[in-house]
Design a protein around this ligand. Structure first.
Ligand code: SF4
Ligand code: MSK
Length: 675
């Protein structure tokens, strides 16, 4: 008997330690609850399955059926010539560069296909084929139109008159959709970049011709026996990633703003504690806001709230996960229920009546978790279905969007009565202010009379703000949930670096209470705290979803335009970071940041370490061409300090390092006085 028990014990799967898995108490409690209920989560699976060491380093090629060819680094590293090669002779540099390029292609495709769907809905709205979608933000439309070469005025009877908005919308829709496949020329938005950056792209021949072509070309070049020069492959990575950041993503952001409104600051809450035991809880998860916007509208309708009450609930509570959360948080103040790694846990509360998913970052295991509860799991996108039988597919179509949304909301309400008795909603949530678009930052920091980034620049020049950091990206179950996100951001703001955030970093910061103006006094250095207090902003400005990283590019461009900090993005005291990245989209984002002149540090690891020459090219040589470069640091404090060192280097080059020293002296003086 003892022998049998020993065998059983030996076979018991290893479970994650809840405390070691996340810094967040609600996450810890729900991991433990899942384990008690014998439901596996990503945290347990990460404890049970180790990643492949060779794949991790980027040196496994399976691009033809003679492979997979694996090229491990010799123990002790390369001594002399690197003779590793695959069956065809592909070197470690070629293999790692091809793998990296395919990640860029997948990431750029994901963002850009999202953008294409938005552009198609926008076209339907412009053609007035749908009742559900209208041009909501005409100012944004008028601001965007000239970038597509669409006139906003017309000459008639010798006078300049405003053009009809419907005509402008239709023309913008046509021009925007054309960006995916135009036969000649280059992407229209590239000229929005600072002139020296645009010139660099021209000189190096990396201006994207159209969005789809650059992605397809990566797949062609990385096919067996095509491009075998890692530098040339990186060049195509640059083209495709720029087609993402300054193309597909930027178009998605702009057209979403036109359709749903440009975000302006509003208050909400974050973490799983936003779910309510006595309400119908609907979680929306994924990336595209086109359906979730309709669900927000439908769940606020008085007849739907009445319907929920007729079924015994007090109302309807919406919550978001991942970037769908960011989209409806920044425009409507819908609470953020959690980050990427909390998606299974939202169901494990037992209080999720429906989870509605669209595209990207959706775990297939949600279906298995949903089976253990009453939760209706609903897929909505034709390109993103699940094989499990308990999953309901309600295909979303912009032509009957409100009807689709109504069906989903009613389904959730009808499901309220089926909840089990064991609901466990962890009582943790934090206040958060989001909705910092390029336009609203301009308004808040520029002041009423001066609608520019002048005040931000002024505070950077006088040293109160040391620099700007874009901290973005996912969670990764190979590291402690949210720990690196929060440590990196806290270290930056402590050192007077203002943080612009998107994606799951934004949600993590919201959960930690960093998206409130009050957090400045607690966590910031004296200069940044003073600015936040004066202007009434948080030290961490939430700028939206993954496609909204394009807002960061444009915010940097506005800083250049406001003057006094150089002529190009690479001149700015600015750095980028993705402390807990996991998605291929992060690689595309990282590469367009770098190719736009931003020093960009990733956490964890990069799939380049097995090919040191290729890695060095990304981390050193790219800087000589574009002014930005890749870097890697897993330790969050060192990671932030590397960003700060870069910011200080740029301050010195700009000749504003002395200003900061004076400000620090002022503060020391003031503290001495106060003492
Ligand atoms: Fe191996 Fe070359 Fe085929 Fe890759 S392309 S699997 S390195 S033979
Ligand atoms: S959702 S891509 S886990 S940020 Fe955009 Fe979060 Fe990363 Fe998905």
């Amino acid at each position: 008997m003892a022998e049998i028990n020993k065998t059983a014990a030996a076979k018991a799967p290893k479970l994650a330690d809840p405390i070691a898995s996340s810094i967040d108490k609600s996450t810890q409690e729900l991991i433990a609850r899942a384990q008690q209920l014998n439901i596996d989560t990503v945290f347990d699976r990460a404890a049970q399955m180790k990643p492949c060491a060779i794949g991790l380093q980027g040196i496994c090629c399976k691009n033809c059926a003679m492979g997979p060819c694996r090229l491990p680094l010799p123990k002790g590293g390369i001594d002399g010539e690197d003779t590793r090669k695959g069956l065809c002779g592909a070197t470690a540099n070629t293999i790692a560069a091809r793998n990296f390029a395919r990640m860029v292609a997948a990431g750029a495709a994901a963002h850009s296909d999202h953008g294409r769907c938005v552009a198609e809905v926008f076209m339907s709205a412009a053609r007035k084929e749908t009742e559900a979608y209208k041009i909501k933000d005409t100012n944004k439309l008028l601001a965007v139109a000239p970038h597509f070469g669409v006139a906003t005025t017309v000459e008639a009877d010798g006078a300049v008159q405003d053009r009809n908005i419907d005509e402008i919308a239709l023309e913008v829709a046509e021009k925007a959709l054309n960006e995916w496949g135009k036969a000649e020329g280059e992407l229209d938005y590239l000229k929005r970049a600072p002139a020296p950056l645009y010139e660099k792209w021209t000189k190096n021949g990396v201006k994207p011709r159209n969005i789809d072509r650059e992605i397809v070309e990566i797949m062609h070049r990385t096919h067996m026996g095509v491009d075998q020069d890692y530098k040339n492959i990186v060049k195509q990575c640059t083209r495709a990633s720029l087609a993402d950041g300054w193309g597909g993503s930027m178009i998605a952001t702009d057209l979403q703003d036109v359709l749903f409104g440009t975000p302006y600051p509003l208050q909400s809450e974050a973490n799983l504690g936003v779910l309510k035991e006595d309400h119908v809880n609907i979680i929306v998860h994924g990336h595209e806001p086109v359906l979730s916007e309709m669900i927000v509208a439908m769940s606020q309708k008085p007849e739907m709230i009445e319907y929920a009450k007729s079924k015994g609930a007090k109302g309807i509570q919406l919550g978001g996960i991942c970037c769908t959360a960011n989209e409806i948080f920044q425009r409507h103040g819908v609470p953020q229920a959690g980050t990427y790694l909390q998606q299974e846990l939202a169901i494990i509360t037992g209080a999720c009546d429906a989870m509605v998913v669209d595209i990207q970052c959706v775990f297939q295991n949600l279906a298995n978790v949903a089976k253990c509860f009453h939760t209706k799991l609903i897929t909505t996108h034709p390109i993103a279905k699940m094989e499990q039988e308990n999953v309901i597919h309600i295909e979303f179509d912009e032509h009957h969007a409100l009807e689709d949304a109504e069906k989903i909301v009613r389904m959730a309400i009808d499901n309220f009565k089926n909840r089990g008795s064991e609901v466990m909603i962890p009582q943790y949530k934090a206040s958060a202010i989001g909705g910092f678009s390029v336009e609203s930052v301009q308004y808040h920091l520029g002041g009423t009379f001066r609608g520019t980034y002048y005040t931000l620049n002024d505070n950077i020049i006088n040293g109160r703000i040391r620099g700007v950091a874009g901290v973005v990206g996912c969670n990764n179950a190979r590291t402690r949930h949210n720990e690196a996100h929060i440590q990196v951001v806290k270290e930056l703001i402590k050192n007077d670096v203002i943080v612009l955030t998107t994606g799951c970093n934004g949600i993590a910061c919201a959960m930690e209470g960093l998206l409130t103006p009050e957090s400045a006094a607690v966590h910031c250095g004296p200069g940044l705290a003073e600015v936040c207090e004066t202007v009434g902003i948080p030290p961490v400005l939430h700028m939206g979803s993954c496609v909204d990283n394009s807002r960061l590019l444009l915010a940097a461009t506005e800083v250049v335009k406001a003057g006094g900090l150089g002529k190009d993005i690479c001149d700015l005291p600015l750095a980028g970071s993705a402390p807990e990245w996991m998605s291929e989209k992060a690689i595309s984002i990282g590469h367009y940041f770098v190719s736009s002149g931003v020093y960009t540090v990733f956490g964890l690891h990069l799939p380049t370490s097995g090919a040191p020459v290729f890695h060095d090219y990304l981390s050193k040589e790219m800087e000589k061409i574009y002014g930005g470069r890749w870097d890697l640091e897993a330790d969050p404090i060192k990671h932030a300090q590397m960003m700060i060192a870069h910011i200080d280097k740029k301050r010195k080059e700009l000749g504003i390092d002395k200003a900061r020293e004076r400000v620090l002296m002022d503060m020391a003086d003031r503290q001495a006085l106060e003492g």
